[in-house]
Design a protein around this ligand. Structure first.
Ligand code: SAM
Ligand code: SF4
Ligand code: SF4
Length: 339
């Protein structure tokens, strides 16, 4: 049996889940994530040299899994499929001993091109983001006029390739709350789990206000009125979505209620940005530079100590402490750490 190498933070939360952002670039400009006015043609995206290479990412992933207790790896971005040769990296991750789950979050637009090779490389699951079934609403949200069908094609391509698919929908009051019920009906029929995500105050560019949050309670009420729901138990400790199923069936939905019902007490996620900054909270104002030490001649033992000390010193519980002062403080943008 392998020794338990789990590292615990200040509140005794283990590190289990590593989210790796492989690029800060994206072919969408979602208003709540990368508003086009700010992420315009002159925006200083990372250069290739500034990005962690796949070899560097593999080395870090190996350390996290072998010595720090990580079991799940999620690839994200920006739009992860904008990073050339991503399947090669997925294959490297799959071959790391001890990785129990590899997933990816994507806007789905490039899945028709890549789904098969991603599956062949060892990817198990994809979460595909879609915020509306109405082209006018969706085109405005994604800031590029991308059609709903483009994403639906990506969803079908992923399913056909044999990937497990979940759908993520960010709900913002006045933007797409009218789409909660149509989306629930559509994906129930299609047989995919839909997860609603409350609009969050990540970063400083999306002009977040508490009034814009369409809370979990309201989302559940909207659906329950037409298709009765019952709460079900989490699959595992630390699962961020509260789960519900349609009464009398096994068809389920989830709600990620980071704002109205925080879940910091079981948060076991670390996030590595595309430039090699490690964040111990989605709402962090400061990360830890891992790229510089990685590019010196530190040994794996020294890197393990560095990473382990960062997690051991972690005291983050932003959502449980959220206040007016905290929402306006400087925070890392979502497109850098990938949700
Ligand atoms: N580009 C990929 C995508 O859209 O799925 C991966 C990166 S994206 C930053 C990851 C997830 O974060 C997406 O599901 C997106 O909808 C969600 N997201 C981005 N900004 C958000 C915000 N302010 N509040 C809640 N969710 C957000
Ligand atoms: Fe791109 Fe995803 Fe952000 Fe939309 S949510 S702008 S698709 S990174
Ligand atoms: Fe984890 Fe930070 Fe979110 Fe709390 S606010 S659940 S600590 S990422």
């Amino acid at each position: 049996m392998q020794a338990d190498t789990t590292v615990y933070d200040y509140f005794n939360r283990p590190l289990r889940d590593l989210r790796i952002s492989v690029t800060d670039k994206c072919n969408f400009r979602c208003t709540y994530c990368m508003p086009a006015e700010i992420f315009g043609p002159d925006y200083p995206f990372l250069t290739n040299k500034e990005l962690l290479s796949f070899d560097e990412l593999e080395r870090l992933a190996k350390i996290f899994v072998a010595h720090l207790g990580v079991k799940k790896i999620r690839i994200t971005g920006g739009e992860p499929l904008m990073r050339p040769k991503l399947a090669e990296f997925i294959e490297k991750v799959k071959n790391i001993e001890g990785v129990e789950d590899i997933a990816m979050t994507t806007n789905g637009s490039l899945l028709p091109k890549y789904a098969k090779e991603l599956k062949a490389a060892g990817l198990k699951r994809v979460s595909i983001s879609l915020d509306s079934l109405n082209d006018e609403i969706f085109g405005k949200i994604n800031g590029r006029g991308v059609s709903v069908q483009t994403v639906l094609d990506g969803i079908d391509a992923a399913s056909e390739a044999g990937l497990q698919v979940k759908i993520n929908m960010v709900v913002k009051r006045g933007m797409n709350d009218s789409e909660v019920l149509p989306m629930a009906k559509f994906f129930r029929e299609k047989g995919h789990i839909l997860r609603f995500i409350e609009f969050m105050d990540v970063g400083n560019t999306n002009e977040w206000q508490l009034d814009d949050v369409y809370p979990k309670k309201q989302i559940i009420e909207d659906i329950n009125e037409v298709m009765p729901l019952e709460a079900i138990d989490p699959n595992y400790t630390g699962e961020v979505a509260s789960r519900y199923r349609y009464v009398g069936t096994n068809d389920e939905i989830g709600v990620i209620s980071s704002v109205s019902d925080a879940f910091c007490s079981t948060c076991n996620r670390a996030r590595l940005s595309a430039s090699g900054m490690l964040y111990t909270c989605l709402f962090a104002s400061k990360g830890h530079d891992i790229r510089s030490p990685l590019r010196t001649d530190l040994t794996d033992e020294q890197l393990t100590k560095l990473l382990g000390d960062i997690w051991s010193g972690r005291t983050d519980r932003y959502s449980e402490e959220r206040s007016e002062a905290s929402t306006s403080r400087k925070k890392i943008e979502m497109s850098h750490i990938g949700g």
